[in-house]
Every structure is written in C-alpha cells, then in structure tokens.
Design a protein around this ligand. Sequence first.
Ligand code: CUA
Length: 317
Amino acid sequence: MLLVFLGSCSGRQSALDPAGVEAEKMAELFWLMAGGAALIWVLVLGTAFYATRVRPRPHGEHVGRMLILGGGVAFPLVVLTSLLIYGLALMPELRAPGDGLKIRVSGEQWWWRVAYYRPGSDAPVHAANELRLPLGQRVELELDSPDVIHSLWIPPLAGKVDMIPGRTTRLVLEPTRTGTFRGVCAEFCGASHALMAFMVEVMEPEAFAAWLESEAAPARPAKDALARQGADLFLELGCGACHTVRGTEARGPVGPDLTHVGSRLSLAAGIMPNEPDAFARWIAEAEEIKPGSRMPSFNMLPARELDALAAWLESLQ
Ligand code: CUA
C-alpha cells in the first residue's frame, strides 16, 4: 500500500519528482513543511499521551499557563513567522527574469494556444497543445486567456499560475533535465476542464533550436495520393475557416494551428495518441470526446474521407 502511495510521487506529472529549478525549490519547501508538521504532530500527541496515560492527574495552574503561552502563542508565532520569511525569500528567485526566449500561452476552451518568441525576432512561431523547452535556459511564459480563467501547471517544472482574461501573468521555467512531462489546467474552466492537458518536452538546446526552426517553416506538400486528397478535403469542408496550416489557404484563427500537428506528442490537448486512427475518431466525434468543444463532430463524413484527412494531418510533421 505504502509502495503504491509513494509510487505516485515519481513520474512525469509529479511535483515531488522535480525537473526544474522552481519545482526543486518548492519541493524543498514542501518537505520542510511536511517534516515540521510531522514533528509537531508527534509533539502534540506525545503531550496528550503524557497527560492522559503517563501522569493522569491535575497539573498546576502555572504549568497550564506556560503550556498555553509557550505552545499556543510563542511556538506558532515563531514557526509561522520563520515559514513566512523562508517562503517570501524564495519569491525573488522564482520570478527572476528569463534568458531571452519568451513563450506566450493562452488558455482556450479547452486547448492551449502557444507562440514562441525567439530573442531578437518579433515574428512568433505558432504552435498548440504542447510546450518544448531548452534544457538549462530560463524561459519566460506570458499567460493569458480570451474568455474564462484557466491555470497552467507543469508539476515537475514549476508551480501553477492562473491565466486571467484581460491580464497577462508570468511564469519563469528553468528545466534541469531532459524528458517528457505532462502539464494540466489546474482551475475549473467548464465542461471539459479535465480534458485540457498538454505534453512538455525538455530538449538539449541544439535539438530545441533545430525543432523551433522546423516548427517555424510552412507545411510540406502532401506526398502520397491519400494525403493529397485529405489536403483538398480539408479546404473543401471549410476546416480552414477555423484552423491555420501555414503554406496552404487555411488561415483560420479560431482553433489550434495545425501546420505541424503530426509531429506533436498528443492529440486534442493531451488526451489522445497522435495516430491516424485517433485523428479520424477526433474529427468524427469531437463533440462527444470533448463535451462543449467548439470543434463540431464531422460524423457525416464517410470513412474513406476521414482516413484521407487523417493521413494528411498525420503527414504534417
Ligand atoms: Cu482550463 Cu481548466
């Protein structure tokens, strides 16, 4: 049982298995507080045991007064003040500025709009539902939302920060090891709040630079016949009114940018595998899979058209 319990402390979505400077500091604070709380718990139970079992007889008024003043006033005052000072002292470090790369993330219903701003360039690189971060660099995230409050939380990397309509909040991340992690929305934001996740890939700086370069490029033309048919269908069906695929006529600003959707680590904001079958299922059943989603279910499409669309989207690497 204990093993099962402790097993949940490691892994790609655990704040107790930190992979970033910010999360390490918060994990330290957590262990300090958990240790302190355990100590106080033992102390209180020990005193209760002593008073009821070891010496179960009335105690003098002086002892009682000392216990109340010492244990009830002085002790909490010292403990809580030191914790406050320790916690406040962490904040300037957590909010220290980044090394240059900025990422703007907007919480949408129910997915993530992502734009990378490289240092020295003001042309954003648009992406969605995934974050890629370079190892060992402090990256600044600017967070907002067009409609309701969301909260971005990548437990192994940092604490959560709310995304508030009409306001830009900041989060600075400095990953300390490469790997794939999982982030979630940590603020109830509507029917599909629990279906709003994303993958985070921490990469070596060179690999990250190469990835960002390819992400900035327009979509490559479809190679095989099925994918080409899918590309034509995408435009015929009007998908381009909501989605952008750079390098094609699809320039819709409503839904996620799909220029390199096939290369992402998941589909539909962290809830499905990135596979042709999942693409077909998502297109046909979006409203059922993610209730309240603005993506309509295209369940009137015959299977071969869904397959063609899926083949094209999967080929958008
Ligand atoms: Cu977005 Cu909860």
